[in-house]
Ligand binder design. Structure first.
Ligand code: NAP
Length: 290
């Protein structure tokens, strides 16, 4: 049945009809509607923003209304990890995802509804492989896995096994959550050959993402500029085959990615590990040493 998920009345009517048809109350509801328009931030109009925001925000409100009338039911909102790491050409979608996350907390706090918010990294499908290669690159540089269909299904099991309501799925910085994921994967091991992705609570992801991002970004930049598969963090830039031309490309790429200023010396004459540490200190205390 096709319907407008932004309309609480339409949604209520459809669910009530389904409950009548099946002779039982709704157990749970998944919110998946979105509009993904691709434009630079400055090219947005009120109409284009409304179109992207509505299914995420009004749709989440409509789901909450269903749950308020059915306190024994659960709701799961599929948000996007772009809420945490942003997006190229999909800024409105990243903003909508971020608002959607915050809105879930508010609805839970105000109405006591069982409304979970799972913010996914990217799903691997022909469509995303073709069209969104830049987003895939950015997601992976930030520590997010691109999930196969089997991994996605296993993550649903893992996420239901968590006591956390808000999670980033496919973001893997914290070992403590491996156990829950491992249990879910054990149930699906016959279908899954890839390594386990993670479910990480929103709050912990936000705390660790800046720290992990710095290392991920440095490694990503070095791999790209120097065309290397592996980076030994004890090697210097020169050890890795860098030269006066590639050092300028590296400085420029790091300055752009981390929004800071750097000298070529800082990149040339220390190990990758020392560079990461120095950059973290610089980003945490931007005015010291200047
Ligand atoms: N795909 C990914 O890699 C990915 C990653 C992270 C998070 N997610 C999240 O997962 C969810 C599903 O993603 P997806 O890739 O399956 O999205 P999708 O292929 O773009 O499909 C979105 C669906 O939402 C429907 N929709 C939009 N506005 C609606 C409305 N007002 N009422 C009812 N339906 C409406 C669209 O219907 P029409 O076709 O009729 O317009 C479309 O069928 C989304 O919430 C997305 O944010 C996806």
């Amino acid at each position: 049945m096709a319907l407008d998920a932004c309309s609480p009345d339409v949604l209520e009517l459809a669910v009530a009809e389904a409950e009548k048809h099946w002779g039982r109350r709704m157990t749970g509801v998944f919110h998946l509607s979105r509009v993904a328009s691709h434009r630079h931030v400055g090219e947005n109009t009120k109409e284009s923003l409304d179109a992207v925001l509505a299914p995420k925000i009004l749709g989440t409100a409509a789901v909450a209304e269903l749950l308020i009338r059915r306190p024994d039911s659960f709701g799961v909102v599929f948000s996007s990890a772009t809420a945490l790491y942003g997006s190229y050409l999909m800024g409105a979608y990243a903003a909508a995802s971020s608002i959607q996350e915050a809105y879930c907390w508010t609805l839970r706090a105000n109405h006591g509804v069982d409304l979970r918010c799972w913010s996914w990294s990217m799903w691997d499908c022909d469509d995303s492989r073709e069209r969104h290669y830049q987003m895939r690159d950015l997601a992976q540089a930030k520590g997010f896995d691109v999930l196969s269909p089997a991994q996605g299904l296993a993550c649903i099991d893992a996420a239901f096994g968590h006591d956390q309501m808000d999670m980033y799925i496919g973001y893997c910085p914290i070992d403590a959550h491996q156990e829950v994921n491992a249990r879910a994967f054990a149930r699906r091991e016959e279908t899954l050959s890839e390594p386990a992705p993670c479910c990480t609570p929103h709050a912990q992801a936000a705390e660790t993402s800046a720290r992990i991002d710095t290392e991920a970004i440095v490694l990503h930049v070095l791999r790209t500029v120097l065309d290397l598969d592996e980076i030994d963090q004890d090697d210097s830039f020169i050890d890795l085959g860098g030269d006066s031309l590639t050092v300028l490309q590296t400085v420029h790429a790091l300055e752009t990615a981390l929004n800071c200023t750097l000298t070529p010396d800082a990149v040339l004459f220390q190990s990758v590990r020392q560079l990461v540490t120095a950059l973290r200190q610089k980003l945490e205390h931007p005015t010291s040493g200047e």
